[in-house]
Design a protein around this ligand. Structure first.
Ligand SMILES: *[C@@H]1O[C@H](CO)[C@@H](O)[C@H](O)[C@H]1NC(C)=O
Ligand SMILES: *[C@@H]1O[C@H](CO)[C@@H](O)[C@H](O)[C@H]1NC(C)=O
Ligand SMILES: *[C@@H]1O[C@H](CO)[C@@H](O)[C@H](O)[C@H]1NC(C)=O
Ligand SMILES: *[C@@H]1O[C@H](CO)[C@@H](O)[C@H](O)[C@H]1NC(C)=O
Ligand SMILES: *[C@@H]1O[C@H](CO)[C@@H](O)[C@H](O)[C@H]1NC(C)=O
Ligand SMILES: *[C@@H]1O[C@H](CO)[C@@H](O)[C@H](O)[C@H]1NC(C)=O
Ligand SMILES: *[C@@H]1O[C@H](CO)[C@@H](O)[C@H](O)[C@H]1NC(C)=O
Ligand SMILES: *[C@@H]1O[C@H](CO)[C@@H](O)[C@H](O)[C@H]1NC(C)=O
Ligand SMILES: *[C@@H]1O[C@H](CO)[C@@H](O)[C@H](O)[C@H]1NC(C)=O
Ligand SMILES: *[C@@H]1O[C@H](CO)[C@@H](O)[C@H](O)[C@H]1NC(C)=O
Length: 786
């Protein structure tokens, strides 16, 4: 026999399997060899009538099944059956050159149950013993009414009477084939084979399961004998339902059209099998249950007798499970004594999505992404893995130093593991929070899925935030006249900028503020004189001067303050002037005169302003620029407040000559400079930023609304507001011009009070952005408040 053919006789069926590997790339046809020697090409249109099934098993192997009562089967005494097929195999569609393998098969089947029904994929077959009493007592009346017609038929000729929804139909056996039926008798039996959904069939429902039923009586009449045999056949159509994990196949236990006297019905045996092999212990993998009304088989998806295969549908990964089941049900009842009922049922689940998952096994301390992707059936393979934007085959990925490997799980599924170091150039790095880096790995898996090798893509993004950024620590110290801050350079990288207040620490600030910036190989050292810009005087008193200098570490991209480095020292200076931003002025002045003067008698321009404290060597004044006779003048972009400490000679007597002066004259000019321009750096985040990541943008005009002041004072102030193109405040945008700015880009506003009158002051109270030039327009986004 040819090695690529296997056959068996489960129950009463010739079951032939051809090896798909042998037939791969070849063409084949099957021929049926008639016992008389002739051959018939097996064609689809004759299959149902002849009791043949040509299909594939779940593995794709061609399957041929034939009933032992099928066409061209040699039948010896209803016990020994033989059928010969020719398998023609050719490497071209031209079958004339095909190799022919003649394959004879023999099956023995005995004993037969009085009635046997087979529900095949494409036909229903009932065969009954001819010596059984034909019609149930209950139904005799129905059938007797058919007799007047029956009498007219010819002797020795079988006839068929169908009871269909459209009425009774009587045909000669010789006409059965024309209607798609096959009817014949053997030594001791008659059989009827019907296709599903024939004109004479009807759809019925038995215990909730849809059935296709052909009700018929076979009639044989001789002069002395009228034989009427119920050849009704009824088979379930469908009855399967699917969950994510199991198939449920339900068959009615008792089928009323086949068992007229249901009260006498007794199930004798229920057995199941797969691919024609009976399963001896079905409870190992399946659940086989039956009650009075139903037989139910639960098949877990993935049960080994079936086939689970991977596939892709609409870009979704999933599986399809198929299994070819059969059920044998033997029952007894009073009419038929015993019925053997066989259902052959290939079942294929619908597409079951199985979304693979990316599992993040990353251990931050290993500084390597460890990502598992699964789980998959063995019929899935990894073709390409795109790391960053670089598509690599698994082998190429290994060459690049990425650890890519397959893992097999105990349940037989598999996954793909990938390891990529954090420091790999394809890994995105972002500085987040205070001292953390967010590492992001972007991968895109491309898989070949299932026997059809369908392509499946699965992008994934894995992140890991690690506190691996060390914030610099500064060291502060002072000498007699300076404060110092030493910041290690190694830690100062692209993430941060140093600021003095709101001004970035750069050459410009250093020069204009009289700082000294030096670097050695490890540190940046900033020297700040005690009376330079940016110093904060924490305590200014007669006894001491406490000064502080702050250097602010800000995030380069958001200007968020990360850390403030401070140095604070006490100084023993007895000679200083401190002009506070709020207009308070403190002056400590030693007065070394000979002869020494009475410090308590020193005063400011307004002679009622006396020192706050004094001793023999020095006096300490504190006053506000708006008091004590302080004068103001403008000089370039500075305001200069001026006062004078003086000591008036004591003249004795006060009211008349001669004059004797003992004390020397003393005059000390006190000057406070204030910049007329103040730069205010202010950051804020627009809260209604679109979620999809595109930064917000906008445009508008800058208007100066001094109308509040105007309304109150009935006096137009000479105020000019401008938007500068950069922080140098040298070039400005035209007024009322649309300015387009990307998000997070700074804007530079200049508000200038042009009035020369000394008693006019500008307080920039609230500045806001809003959507229109209407003063009351909402919503408003504050730029500065107070
Ligand atoms: C079934 O009935 C239809 C309509 O009456 C008819 O056209 C068709 O030929 C019939 N089929 C068979 C197999 O007799
Ligand atoms: C009935 O069976 C006999 C014997 O097997 C066969 O010769 C005959 O052709 C069959 N008739 C039909 C209509 O199939
Ligand atoms: C049912 O039939 C099977 C197969 O023919 C047989 O192995 C089993 O013993 C039978 N069970 C009963 C309860 O008769
Ligand atoms: C028999 O089993 C079926 C299926 O499990 C169920 O739907 C039905 O209700 C049961 N019938 C009885 C009488 O228990
Ligand atoms: C097989 O095992 C893997 C890993 O434990 C698991 O993710 C998967 O869900 C399992 N698959 C099935 C069908 O049980
Ligand atoms: C993943 O790769 C596929 C095929 O190259 C591509 O169509 C898809 O856009 C990629 N997905 C991502 C998120 O890059
Ligand atoms: C991956 O795992 C790391 C370490 O457990 C964790 O920090 C990180 O948030 C995870 N990332 C994602 C995207 O789940
Ligand atoms: C990062 O900052 C947190 C507190 O914000 C601190 O507990 C941690 O020690 C810092 N880690 C490093 C490496 O500086
Ligand atoms: C650099 O200057 C800092 C601060 O003065 C000092 O601590 C450090 O030792 C100096 N480094 C070298 C290499 O001289
Ligand atoms: C001005 O500021 C100094 C130092 O912060 C403070 O001592 C003083 O009270 C303030 N004066 C006024 C009028 O607020």
């Amino acid at each position: 026999t040819p090695g690529f053919v296997e056959s068996s006789c489960p129950s009463r069926i010739f079951w032939v399997k051809l090896d798909k590997l042998f037939l791969q790339g070849k063409f084949f046809t099957l021929e049926i060899v008639d016992p008389s020697g002739g051959t018939v090409l097996l064609e689809e249109k004759m299959a149902a009538r002849c009791g043949y099934v040509l299909s594939e098993d779940v593995w794709g192997n061609p399957i041929f099944r034939a009933s032992v009562l099928g066409c061209h089967v040699a039948n010896e005494a209803d016990e020994l059956f033989s059928l010969t097929i020719n398998i023609k195999v050719s490497s071209s569609p031209d079958m004339r050159r095909a190799a022919t393998y003649t394959y004879p098969m023999y099956c023995t089947y005995s004993p037969w149950a009085p009635r046997e029904i087979v529900c095949e994929e494409n036909y229903m077959e009932v065969s009954v013993k001819t010596d059984v009493p034909a019609i149930s007592d209950d139904d005799t009346a129905t059938w007797m009414s058919a007799l007047p017609e029956v009498k007219k038929v010819e002797y020795q000729v079988w006839q068929l009477i169908f009871l269909s929804p459209s009425g009774r139909k009587k045909i000669m056996v010789s006409d059965a084939a024309k209607l798609g039926y096959s009817f014949n008798n053997t030594l001791a039996r008659v059989f009827l084979r019907a296709p599903y959904s024939s004109n004479e069939s009807k759809l019925t429902v038995a215990n909730g399961v849809s059935m296709n039923t052909v009700s018929s009586t076979s009639m044989y009449k001789q002069r002395w004998l009228l034989l009427l045999i119920d050849t009704t056949v009824s088979c379930p159509i469908d009855g399967t339902s699917f969950s994510d994990t199991a198939i449920t196949w339900t068959v009615p236990n008792i089928i009323p059209t086949l068992v007229p006297q249901g009260s006498t019905f007794v199930t004798q045996n229920i057995s199941v099998g797969v691919d024609g092999q009976r399963i001896m212990q079905p409870e190992q993998n399946y659940i086989l249950e039956h009650n009075k009304t139903h037989i139910q088989i639960t098949i877990p998806i993935g049960a080994p007798e079936g086939r689970l295969k991977s596939t892709v549908a609409n870009g979704v990964h999933g599986v399809i499970y198929s299994i070819s089941f059969f059920l044998d049900h033997i029952w007894t009842d009073v009419d038929w004594h015993m019925t053997k009922y066989t259902v052959i049922k290939p079942i294929t689940t619908p597409f079951l999505p199985r979304i693979p998952t990316v599992i993040n096994n990353t251990l931050p301390e290993k500084r390597t992404f460890d990502v598992a992707f699964g789980s998959f059936l063995p019929d899935v393979s990894l073709v390409t893995i795109t790391i960053g934007n670089v598509p690599l085959s698994p082998r190429e990925a290994k060459h690049h130093g990425y650890n890519v490997y397959e893992i097999t799980f105990p349940n037989g599924t598999k996954g793909f593991n990938l390891e990529v170091p954090f420091d790999d150039p394809t890994v995105l790095k972002e500085y987040v929070n205070r001292n953390e880096t967010k590492y992001t790995l972007r991968v895109n898996y491309t898989l070949d899925v299932g026997p059809e090798k369908k392509q499946y893509n699965h992008p994934a993004e894995v992140e890991c935030v690690v506190a691996d950024i060390e914030l610099p620590e500064a060291v502060g110290y002072c000498d007699k006249e300076n404060l110092y801050l030493a910041v290690p350079i190694s830690a100062l990288h692209q993430y941060w900028n140093l600021y003095v207040g709101n001004r970035p620490l750069n050459q410009h600030t250093v020069l204009s503020d009289r700082y000294l910036l030096t670097t050695n190989s490890t540190h940046l050292v900033l020297q700040v004189p005690l009376f330079a810009m940016g110093i904060v005087y924490e305590e200014v008193s007669f006894q001491q001067l406490k000064a502080r200098f702050d250097l602010v570490l800000k995030k380069a991209n958001t200007l968020e303050t990360i850390k403030t480095f401070s140095v604070s020292c006490n100084f023993n200076s007895s000679e200083f002037i401190v002009c506070y931003p709020n207009g308070t002025v403190t002056v400590s002045t030693p007065m070394k005169t000979i002869p020494s003067i009475d410090m308590g008698k020193t005063k400011l321009k307004d002679s009622s302003c006396k020192p706050k404290e004094f001793n023999e060597e020095k006096a300490f004044f504190q006053f506000h620029v708006s008091t004590c006779g302080t004068s103001l003048k403008f000089e370039g972009d500075r305001l200069i407040y001026e006062n004078e400490i003086s000591y008036e000679r004591e003249i004795l007597p006060a009211w008349g000559p001669p004059r004797i002066t003992r004390d020397p004259d003393y005059r000390l000019t006190v000057l406070c400079y204030y910049p007329t321009k103040e730069k205010l750096t202010h950051t804020a985040v627009v809260s209604n930023q679109p979620a999809n990541g595109s930064p917000p943008f906008g445009y508008g005009t800058v208007m100066c609304l001094y109308s509040v002041g105007y309304r109150r004072t009935r006096q137009a102030l000479n105020i000019i507001a401008k938007v500068s193109k950069d922080e140098s405040f040298m070039e400005f945008y035209e007024p009322n011009m649309a300015i387009v700015q990307p998000a997070l880009a700074p804007m530079f506003f200049e508000i200038e009070l042009k009035d020369e009158e000394p008693n006019v002051e500008l307080h920039l109270n609230t500045c806001w952005m809003t959507g229109s030039s209407d003063f009351n327009s909402t919503s408003q986004w504050n730029i500065t408040v107070d």
